[in-house]
Each structure stands twice: as structure tokens, then as C-alpha cells.
Design a protein around this ligand. Structure first.
Ligand SMILES: Nc1nc(=O)c2c([nH]1)NC[C@@H]1CN(c3ccc(C(=O)N[C@@H](CCC(=O)O)C(=O)O)cc3)CN21
Ligand SMILES: O=c1ccn([C@H]2C[C@H](O)[C@@H](COP(=O)(O)O)O2)c(=O)[nH]1
Length: 277
């Protein structure tokens, strides 16, 4: 993933050192974009080993509309634990907004159903998107994630916000806007997750995978990840794996981790880095 490594180089070389909410400190640039053609392989980093199980299960969990960590924990994923209440609640984060964006009359809108319907019946639409930034439920930054959840707010405001889809010549492309991007830890997850979602939508809607495009707002590297980033930049990228989906589930909501197989994933060793809370 040269495009990803180029972004890391760009941030290290041109970034401004800024303070941040977590008190860690970041080096940051604003507004970047990179793209990857899915016919060239599945965009899972090879310059460090990624835990694909966490990535796939997090996406399945979002699609379930789930916002409690219990299901994630049962499925071996701990990446959301630090922000959850003792009961595992995270407030109305991603899954809630994707699957049941609340309406003024007490109803809910399933934005994923809307996207699938567009892809099947109106693929030329310029309105094929879903959004997570529901301002009514954004947290109060002066309170902890857990206090926000207890007040009915999100534990964290969404980072990967806006997913837009585009069909041309039977190929589905997807662009994701990430307002704030932890480029060492979060971004590799966001990229692989976007690619996986695109593959799933292709299978469900009988389309071929096109490009994935990531556009980032505040694109940062935390100061306690600089060393890890340097290590990664010294490594030679390897061939990307390919994704095989072993069966066609009945709907986008029926995938499980075992449906996916990564063929030829031979990354460099994992590089640990602390997550800023
Ligand atoms: N600072 C920060 N960065 C993020 O990327 C992030 C947040 N906060 N808060 C909410 C979610 C949770 N996400 C996370 C949280 C932790 C890891 C992480 O520690 N990943 C390790 C492996 C951990 C594992 O798979 O169990 C890694 O090396 O990738 C990744 C994404 C993405 N988000
Ligand atoms: O999917 C995700 C979720 C979170 N992040 C990162 C981006 C920031 O480093 C933090 C969120 O802090 P804010 O102060 O709310 O921006 O989490 C990510 O990169 N990807």
C-alpha cells in the first residue's frame, strides 16, 4: 500500500505538531485523499500484520446496528472496550445511525437498506450514501465517554462519517470521508473495512468491485507512534492478499467472520502501538 505509506511520509515531513483532546500530541496535516483499485488486491496493510478478525467483526457489528461491546467481546474483539460503560454501552454510535437513524416522529431510518435499494434499482443515482454525523447525539467534549453514554449521547463522535457509492460499467466504487484519522492505528482499519463493505455490497447487488477512495480531514500521527511509523516506512510492501467470500448470505446483515477468507496474506510482523483515549 504505497499510497498509505506516502501519507505517513507526508504527515511526518509536512505535519504541524498539535495538541489534541487525548493529551498525547499529534503531528497533523489537513485534507488528504488516496485511492486503491480493488482489482489489484484487498487493501490490508502488509508493512505490519493487521488483525483482520477485529476489522471484519467490527464491520459486522456495525451492520447489526449493535452499539454494545458484548457481541464484540464474544467474538474476540476488544478495540472498543476503553470507551464503553461497565455494561458495555457506547451510546448511539455508528451502528445505531446506520441501521436506525431516529426520526422526529419516533421512527427510524435504515440507511443501509436505502443504499442497497439504490444500488439495485437506481445505480446512477448521485445520492447513494449513508452518514453517521447525527448532531443531536454528539457527545459533550468536557465529559467522559461513559458520562456521555449515560446521558444518551455517543461515547465518541463518528470519525468515519460519510460513505458514498458510485456505479459505472457495472463496477462499484466507494468514497469514505474520515474527519479525524489516527493514521497509524485507525486508518488501516478504516481502509480495510471500507474495502470489505464494498465487496459485500458487490456480492449482494451483483456488481464488480471498483475503487475505494479515502478522504481525510485532520490526518494525524500520535507522537507515541512516531517510532512505529519509522519502522513501518523502512519495510518493503509485499503483494496484497485477495479476499474470497465463501458463500452468498441472504442479506448484507447475514455475514459472519467465517464467510471471509484472505488468500495470500503474508505481512511483516505486527507493530504494537498504544491507542490514545
Ligand atoms: N485514538 C483512537 N484511534 C482509533 O483508531 C480509534 C479510537 N481512538 N477510538 C474508537 C475506535 C476504536 N478503534 C481502534 C481501537 C484500537 C485499535 C488497536 O489498538 N489496534 C491494534 C490491535 C488491537 C486488536 O486487534 O485487538 C493494532 O495494532 O492495530 C484499533 C482501532 C478505532 N478507533
Ligand atoms: O474509526 C476510527 C475511529 C477513531 N479514529 C481516531 C481519530 C482520532 O485520533 C480519535 C478520535 O478523537 P477525536 O478527538 O474525536 O477526533 O480516534 C480513527 O482514526 N478511526
Amino acid at each position: 500500500m504505497k499510497v498509505y505509506l506516502d501519507l505517513l511520509r507526508d504527515i511526518m515531513a509536512h505535519g504541524v505538531d498539535k495538541s489534541d483532546r487525548t493529551g498525547t500530541g499529534t503531528r497533523s496535516v489537513f485534507a488528504r485523499q488516496f485511492r486503491h483499485d480493488l482489482s489489484e488486491g484487498f487493501p490490508l496493510l502488509t508493512t505490519k500484520k493487521l488483525h483482520f478478525k477485529s476489522i471484519a467483526n467490527e464491520l459486522i457489528w456495525f451492520l447489526r446496528g449493535d452499539t454494545n461491546t458484548a457481541w464484540l467481546r464474544e467474538n474476540g474483539v476488544s478495540i472498543w472496550d476503553e470507551w464503553a460503560t461497565e455494561e458495555g454501552d457506547l451510546g448511539p454510535i455508528y451502528g445505531a445511525q446506520w441501521r436506525s437513524w431516529p426520526t422526529a416522529d419516533g421512527g427510524a431510518i435504515n440507511q443501509i437498506d436505502y443504499v442497497i435499494d439504490c444500488l439495485k434499482h437506481k445505480p446512477d443515482s448521485r445520492r447513494i450514501l449513508f452518514h453517521g454525523w447525527n448532531v443531536e447525539y454528539l457527545p459533550d467534549e468536557t465529559l467522559s465517554p461513559q458520562e456521555n453514554v449515560r446521558q444518551g449521547k455517543m461515547a465518541l463522535p463518528p470519525c468515519h462519517l460519510l460513505y458514498q457509492f458510485y456505479v459505472a460499467n457495472g463496477r462499484l466504487s466507494a468514497q469514505l470521508y474520515i474527519r479525524s484519522s489516527d493514521s497509524f492505528l485507525g486508518l488501516p482499519y478504516n481502509l480495510a473495512s471500507l474495502a470489505l463493505l464494498t465487496h459485500m455490497l458487490c456480492q449482494q447487488c451483483e456488481l464488480e468491485p471498483g475503487e475505494v477512495i479515502i478522504s481525510t480531514g485532520d490526518s494525524h500521527i500520535y507522537s507515541n507512534h512516531f517510532e512505529q511509523v519509522e519502522t513501518q516506512l523502512e519495510r518493503e510492501p509485499r503483494a496484497l492478499p485477495t479476499l474470497r467470500i465463501k458463500r452468498k448470505p441472504e442479506s448484507i446483515y447475514d455475514y459472519c467472520f467465517d464467510d471471509f477468507e484472505l488468500v495470500g496474506y503474508e505481512p511483516h510482523a505486527h507493530i504494537a502501538g498504544a491507542v490514545a483515549i
